[in-house]
Write a protein that binds this ligand. Structure first.
Ligand SMILES: C[S@@+](CC[C@H](N)C(=O)[O-])C[C@H]1O[C@@H](n2cnc3c(N)ncnc32)[C@H](O)[C@@H]1O
Length: 268
């Protein structure tokens, strides 16, 4: 449990994850019926890019820092939301901003200090329930709020070598418990072997759209060369939206002529 997202907030991985998250929640908002979002690795909710941690890595400068001025149309909603919420909103802040009065947000975070900050930030919002626990102990958590539609986000830190296996098993368990929910899992792209293994482990789940951005060829296992978000039960035409978002991100964030996007839709 060494990972602290404050060092990485607003980096290219956050831009990919959060731009696609906005598209997914906007799809849920198209119907009046209430939805629930469960953010199982919530972090502290929002981050201060002027703070010591963000300054030490400067990662946000080659992420959200490159998108704020005149964003391409596919990123307009995401960037407008970031501007409204302040630098830099985490996934809980983004989800909360898109919630309507009838919707619910469940936030889970295991680290006690991160959880304390999250709980203080969420205080008083009756649409939000909080849990300080292990995202892999899903029993009783999924489906959130007893609702039949919504989104469950898995955003683990991938600190341990078995995290890809654990998160794949958790997605299968979540799909069994909440088969009508969208599921989304963020993954790092360092080199391709673990990414391929994760994709293979998730075959069999319905309406998958896997969207990844490679800032440079994914060959150096010591560097975060890109990242992806794999969605299960993806909404109608989300694949087209994801492609436009990936292309816009590649235009602004690519680091190398070998940069590229990966978009794969599958339904077994
Ligand atoms: C990548 S960060 C989350 C960022 C956040 N989702 C966002 O986009 O703003 C991963 C978080 O998961 C937490 N974490 C690590 N292992 C966990 C576990 N087993 N269950 C729940 N949270 C965990 C870490 O403390 C960290 O805050």
């Amino acid at each position: 449990m060494n990972y602290r997202h404050a060092f990485h907030a607003g980096n290219h991985g956050d831009c990919l994850k959060h731009a696609l998250l906005v598209a997914l929640i906007e799809a849920l908002r198209r119907k009046d019926a209430p939805f629930a979002v469960a953010d199982l690795h919530a972090g502290r909710g929002r981050y201060d890019l002027a703070g010591e941690e963000a300054a030490r890595t400067g990662e946000w400068r080659s992420g959200i820092g490159r998108l704020l001025g005149d964003p391409p149309p596919a990123l307009a909603d995401y960037v407008a939301l970031v501007r409204r919420l302040g630098l830099y909103p985490g996934s809980p802040a983004i989800a909360r901003a898109l919630l309507r009065p009838q919707d619910r947000l469940m936030l889970n975070e295991k680290h006690p200090e991160e959880y304390a900050a999250l709980a203080a930030w969420a205080d008083g919002d009756r649409r939000i329930t909080l849990r300080c626990g292990d995202a892999y102990a899903l029993r009783g958590v999924v489906p959130p709020a007893g609702l039949r539609r919504g989104l469950i986000l898995f955003d683990p830190p991938y600190e341990s070598p078995d995290e890809h296996d654990r998160v794949a098993a958790a997605l299968h368990a979540a799909h069994r418990a909440a088969p009508t929910f969208m599921l989304a899992v963020w993954y790092p792209v360092k080199h391709l072997a673990p990414v391929r293994a994760l994709r293979d482990a998730l075959r069999g789940l319905p309406k998958r759209v896997d969207a990844a951005l490679h800032l440079r060829p994914p060959f150096d296992p010591a560097r975060l060369n890109g990242s992806g978000l794999l969605v299960v039960n993806a909404p109608w035409r989300y694949d087209e939206q994801a492609r436009a978002i990936l292309e816009a991100l590649a235009l602004r964030l690519a680091e190398d002529p070998g940069a590229g996007i990966h978009l794969e839709a599958g339904h077994d």
